[in-house]
Design a protein around this ligand. Structure first.
Ligand SMILES: C[S@@+](CC[C@H](N)C(=O)[O-])C[C@H]1O[C@@H](n2cnc3c(N)ncnc32)[C@H](O)[C@@H]1O
Length: 285
């Protein structure tokens, strides 16, 4: 979970108080004010390198102050379309496997192999509420079930086809389907969604990947029955200079459909300049 800002301020104050007589005062302001927690693992995203000599000390104090946390790591970067994280252990046991719980859903995850964005918690809640009973959903970038597993867990009338091309993520997806006892309602499909996306079966398609292309958007349209929703995720500047028509219009040469409505929602800030948005596109064939 993304720790709320009050909790983080309290922890940052405690860290500063504990360290104030032990470290150079100029470092106190550089102590990071935010981390996310997946299962019992706290994840920092790029700690100021001036803090390198006291990172372990900071990590151990977090374990002491935050009852949810038993391991602290830093995620240095993510690689490839699979978003494989590169992590460094800071404090606690050297274990990357954990079980994260959100919206009654258990996610087995290895944080050294797979990314899971706690900042998308609001989106998971949005989807649980947005679906109508009986819907068939296609999650084209399923990962370990990040966006679509909670929908099935919280609504027994929903069926999901989740497509994932990374074997490591796919194996966790299968494990999580079993763990949450939704076999028979969540169908995992291994492979590239450009080939594996089913046709004409879905009421809703989730495209939770920032770099999806026109071929994939066309597959999303193909997946929809007569009408339905496509949730297309992307990043853009705060001034929203992204042109959604550039992804929608080229598909019109390949599949016959019209757009009934498009609404763009802000999901989260991903960096000082970039914002994660989702376009909810209602289409009719
Ligand atoms: C960003 S992750 C999904 C994260 C998720 N939306 C969340 O809330 O945290 C994107 C996933 O799509 C998968 N992926 C990327 N390209 C794919 C493709 N062509 N076909 C199927 N899966 C793909 C990656 O392996 C990765 O697991």
């Amino acid at each position: 979970m993304l720790k709320d800002s009050l909790d983080l301020m309290k922890i940052k104050n405690k860290l500063q108080n504990s360290l104030k007589d032990k470290i150079d005062p100029s470092l106190l302001d550089k102590i990071p004010s935010g981390y996310s927690v997946i299962g019992d693992i706290a994840i920092f995203h790029q700690i100021n390198e001036d803090l390198n000599p006291i990172k372990e000390q900071i990590g151990n104090l977090i374990i002491q102050f935050d009852s949810q946390v038993s391991i602290v790591v830093e995620q240095i970067e993510t690689k490839s379309i699979y978003r494989k994280p590169i992590i460094e252990y800071i404090a606690g046991e050297r274990r990357a496997l954990t079980i994260h719980k959100e919206y009654n859903t258990l996610f087995h995850i290895d944080v050294s192999k797979i990314t899971f964005s706690p900042g998308n918690k609001g989106e998971r809640g949005f989807l649980i509420n947005a679906v109508e009973n009986g819907e068939i959903i296609c999650d084209m970038f399923a990962c370990i079930g990040n966006l679509s597993l909670p929908i099935v867990v919280n609504n027994p009338s929903i069926t999901v086809y989740g497509i994932e091309a990374n074997k490591e993520a796919f194996d966790f997806l299968k494990k999580n389907i079993k763990e949450n006892d939704v076999q028979g309602r969540y169908y995992p499909v291994f492979g590239d969604n450009r080939i594996k996306t089913p046709k004409g079966i879905a009421n809703r398609v989730i495209m939770g990947f920032f770099k999806s292309d026109i071929i994939q958007f066309t597959k999303a349209v193909d997946a929809i029955q007569n009408e339905g929703w496509i949730h297309h995720h992307f990043t853009s500047s705060r001034s929203l200079n992204y042109k959604i028509e550039n992804i929608i219009n080229p598909s019109k040469d390949k599949v016959k459909f019209r757009v009934e409505s498009t609404e763009i929602r802000k999901i989260k800030k991903v960096s000082p300049r970039l914002v994660h948005y989702c376009a909810d596109i209602k289409i009719q064939k």
